[in-house]
Design a protein around this ligand. Structure first.
Ligand code: PAF
Length: 284
């Protein structure tokens, strides 16, 4: 596996693949890789001739400086894992390589068609502007045939589909296919996340309750309304000392607008587990 840190080198590797008519898979990540990422990467390796994995911790999508500073980083372990999985190129640029000073200082402008007005977008102003900025740049540089994203970041995935399939940028991405990959859970049900590395042992034991309650809510949905299930999930998680729900919303999986029935509905939760902010979701 080769590690690339400059855009120029990345462009030239991509050009060689294109000349040889090789299909390209891209897995955008922010490093601190875990089994969830590995499942996306293995799928890309299987489905494409060449796989690029980016591990860039994108500063423009962090609205909280402390969160950016504390975001786990483990470049050597990332490189070892990716090499073992059969990845061809790991792209790990410095922020200055990705952005001009101007781009770093201003919010990337994008029409989200309202998809950023709820949940993560509402709680983390500017977050999705930064996500679209970096993902569109990666797509432009790598020109992938397929790009792989996890369903844990459900709103992000919805916004990326919008960007590639419906937004004013859509014609710049060719026939790019966005591949949705299911949430990867530990044996105890906890959704894998790089942020889990920040949990203490006790916090990790507590965090397991988030997915437990979400799974229980599928049964509640059979006998309760959407509003009632939202309340039940929120109250049950909040009743556990050490966990605090920021929001639990059951939304339409395509429009992200509040659901009125459980058809095509997904419940998205954000919970503070001690100081660590975790997200998860469940389809009904
Ligand atoms: O999901 C992530 O890790 C990031 O938001 C992404 C898509 C790699 C963009 O920085």
């Amino acid at each position: 596996m080769q590690i690339i840190s400059s855009k120029q080198e990345l462009l030239s590797k991509v050009e060689v693949c294109k000349q040889q008519h090789q299909s390209i898979g891209l897995v955008p990540t922010m490093g601190a890789l875990h089994e969830g990422h590995a499942s996306l990467v293995s799928r890309s390796v299987k489905e494409n001739d060449v796989t690029f994995v980016s591990t860039f911790v994108n500063p423009t999508q962090f609205n909280n400086k402390e969160d950016l500073a504390k975001y786990p980083r483990n470049p050597q372990a990332d490189a070892d894992l990716l090499a073992a999985l059969g990845v061809d190129y790991m792209f790990a640029p410095a922020p200055e390589e990705m952005y001009s000073a101007d781009e770093m200082a201003t919010t990337f402008d994008f029409d989200f068609a309202g998809l950023d007005q709820v949940m993560e977008g509402k709680m983390r102003p500017g977050h999705f502007n930064g996500v679209v900025q970096v993902v569109s740049r990666l797509f432009y540089l790598v020109r992938p045939d397929r790009a792989y994203f996890g369903e844990k970041d459900f709103q992000q995935l919805c916004i990326i589909h919008h960007m590639v399939e419906r937004s004013s940028l859509k014609d710049t991405f060719g026939n790019l296919q966005i591949i949705d990959c299911p949430i990867f859970r530990g044996a105890d049900g906890l959704a894998l996340s790089s942020r889990n590395a920040r949990l203490s042992e006790e916090e990790r034991d507590l965090a397991v309750n988030i997915s437990r309650v979400l799974f229980m809510s599928r049964a509640w949905a059979k006998a309760h309304t959407v509003k009632e299930v939202e309340q039940l999930v929120t109250d049950t998680i909040n009743s556990l000392p050490g966990l605090e729900v920021e929001y639990y919303q059951i939304v339409d999986a395509t429009t992200l607008q509040p659901a009125t029935t459980f058809a095509n509905a997904v419940g998205c939760v954000t919970v503070y587990c001690g100081p660590v902010r975790l997200i998860d979701n469940i389809k009904y």
